[in-house]
Design a protein around this ligand. Structure first.
Ligand code: ATP
Length: 570
């Protein structure tokens, strides 16, 4: 979608608004013409100015009404456009791959979603009309003055031409400068977001003073850039403004008109017309900078929004999985180009079985979970659910088939009930409570003042382990045939962990499970244990077999058996 296509839905209303604004500007000029005609009549002693005065008043009324109608139209067009764009952006941004966000930074995304859409408001609601007025008013004034005296009319164009030429010189390098301006503004946005995101951890290490370092640097760079740019152009820009001021224009015209009146080649009435209308011919040049800038900003914002809306997203397929078997076929993946995290991974999760994925930190276990969840796309190979590539599955079907309790629990700033019912919005209060009880989080929720209506993060602040149990309640309620647990009990104390394990055990019957755990004791009864090391499967089998093999798993098991003893003797 191009910037032009973006504005297509409101084109009809904008054209009508431009026509009304043009009529308003012509009518406003008509008022000045009527005043000039009255002056001419009075100077000539012709009297009878009533009709002209009435016509002038009519023109004034028409001008006001047309301007109001034009403004109402553009604001209506803008409201509809903003709503449509925000919906389209929300829909697109929810479907772009996570890597798209990683490649940008939240500041840049926020700039497009918020600032650029707001800049479009100015373009559609104001700039279009302002530019119309700036073009039509001087033209209408000039046309009338040309009928009064063509030579003097040509003369009053001179200040406008001089102002425009000076302004062009000031803006000679504006294209690259505007691009640099946009980059500097984006850098400030990114730095501000980073500042807010990182402040807690920096404070923890007593380095709060440095927290805003990048932000300050970005703001300084922005200020330096702007000062240098302004210093190089201020003199010429000021000159371009000065030559089009009313006194400068009147001086130019009167320098020729006064001798012409004395010589009897121009009437005093004609001079009145020039005094009233000549400033209007040149005045818009003073606003060229502002209007051009507003147009550029608006069009570049439209371009940025159009770019986001053009971001390719995979159209969800309509294929239905045949069963719930999950297979990883020769899967390779890396977060960054040339840095593989997983390579040649073949893995099958047969229905009703529990597969445990273990391995040292950084081996890629959570990455496997994220790939199955569709949060990232495999670089090579494929992942299938019931024989269908996850990329060809409708995300809704994927998430009904596979439930996730991932390491990084994300809770929404919504009620506890809404958070639990995320994957099943129609769930009843009783079903939500039952899931919370099974996940051993009900008592904590019931003890909070708002209970299940309390807003998570403000009215109910949960610890890491509690958040984990709430996300287990979520998965329990969704009741998917396949469940992936990534460090599901990482935050829980031993007592709570045992309870959660019991609750989860009840779930496993008839279900496919992939459990990613560091503590091997919890998964030693798994149907299959897969050992991942540096993104490759190095061993797999049942607990006893792997122990007997004396490989990596056996070493990890022995190390974990020793650890409690060491703690006790310490
Ligand atoms: N979002 C990311 N961007 C870039 N690299 C990442 C990202 N997430 C993980 N990695 C890298 O991918 C590799 C595997 O990480 P992963 O979290 O899958 O390991 P893991 O086996 O689950 O580790 P742990 O047991 O410590 O949680 C690591 O080298 C990690 O640095």
């Amino acid at each position: 979608m191009s910037a032009r296509a973006l504005l297509r839905p409101v084109r009809g209303r904008l054209i009508l608004a431009v026509a009304l604004q043009a009529l308003s500007s012509v009518s406003a000029t008509g008022v000045l013409v009527a005043m000039a005609m009255i002056g001419d009549r009075l100077l000539a002693g012709a009297g009878a100015v009533c009709t002209i005065a009435l016509a002038g008043a009519g023109a004034a009324l028409l001008s006001v009404l047309c301007a109001a109608a034009a403004g109402a139209l553009t604001h209506l067009a803008d409201t509809g456009l903003q709503l449509r764009l925000r919906r389209q952006l929300a829909s697109r941004l929810s479907r772009v791959p996570l890597s798209w966000y990683a490649g940008r930074g939240s500041g840049a995304v926020k700039k497009t979603v918020h600032d650029d859409v707001a800049a479009l408001h100015h373009l559609v609601a104001h700039t279009v009309l302002d530019v119309t007025a700036v073009v039509v008013t001087p033209l209408a004034a000039l046309v009338h003055l040309a009928t009064v005296d063509p030579v003097l009319a040509a003369l009053c164009v001179l200040p406008a031409v001089a102002g425009a030429l000076l302004f062009r010189r000031a803006m000679a390098n504006a294209g690259p400068q505007m691009a640099a301006y946009g980059r500097a503004a984006t850098e400030i946005n990114n730095a501000a977001v980073e500042f807010v995101d990182g402040i807690a951890v920096l404070k923890t290490f007593g380095r709060a003073g440095e927290a805003h370092h990048r932000y300050r640097r970005a703001a300084d760079a922005f200020s330096d850039f702007f000062t240098t740019w302004a210093a190089g152009t201020t003199a010429v820009t000021t000159a371009s403004q000065l030559v089009v001021t009313a006194p400068a224009v009147l001086l130019t015209v009167l320098a020729a008109a006064v001798p012409a009146v004395a010589a009897g080649v121009v009437t005093p009435g004609a001079v009145v017309a020039f005094v009233l209308l000549a400033p209007a011919v040149a005045a818009p040049v003073a606003t060229i900078g502002r209007q051009t800038q507003a147009l550029r900003t608006g069009l570049s914002a439209a371009g940025a929004v159009a770019d986001v809306l053009r971001t390719p997203v995979r159209t969800p397929g309509t294929a239905e999985p045949d069963g719930t078997t999950i297979r990883l076929h020769d899967v390779g993946f890396g977060y960054a180009d040339g840095v593989p995290v997983l390579s040649g991974l073949d893995l099958e999760l047969p229905p009703g079985t529990v597969t445990a994925l273990v391995g040292p930190s950084g081996a890629g276990k959570s990455t496997v979970a994220r790939l199955i969840a569709g949060l990232h796309e495999v670089t090579t190979g494929r992942i299938t659910v019931g024989g269908v590539d996850v990329r060809d599955l409708d995300p809704a079907v994927l998430h009904h088939t596979v439930g996730f309790v991932l390491q990084d629990v994300v809770l929404l700033r919504a009620s506890v009930a809404e958070n639990i019912a995320l994957a099943r919005p129609g769930a009843t209060a009783a079903q939500i409570e039952a899931a919370a009880r099974t996940a051993r989080i009900h008592d904590r929720i019931a003890a909070a003042p708002g209970g299940y209506r309390a807003i998570v993060g403000t009215e109910l602040v949960l610890s890491g382990g509690e958040a984990q149990r709430l996300s287990i309640a979520r998965a329990l309620l969704a009741d998917p045939p396949v469940l992936i647990l990534d460090e599901a009990t990482a935050y829980a104390d031993p007592h709570a962990e045992a309870e959660i394990q019991r609750a989860l055990s009840a779930l496993t019957a008839g279900r496919t499970m992939l459990v990613i755990a560091h503590r091997l004791a919890g998964i030693r009864h798994a149907d299959r244990i897969v050992v991942l090391d540096a993104g490759r499967i190095t061993e797999q089998g049942r607990h006893a077999g792997l122990l007997a093999a004396g490989g990596r798993y056996a070493r990890m098991w022995r190390a974990q058996q020793l650890t409690p003893a060491l703690e006790e003797t310490a």
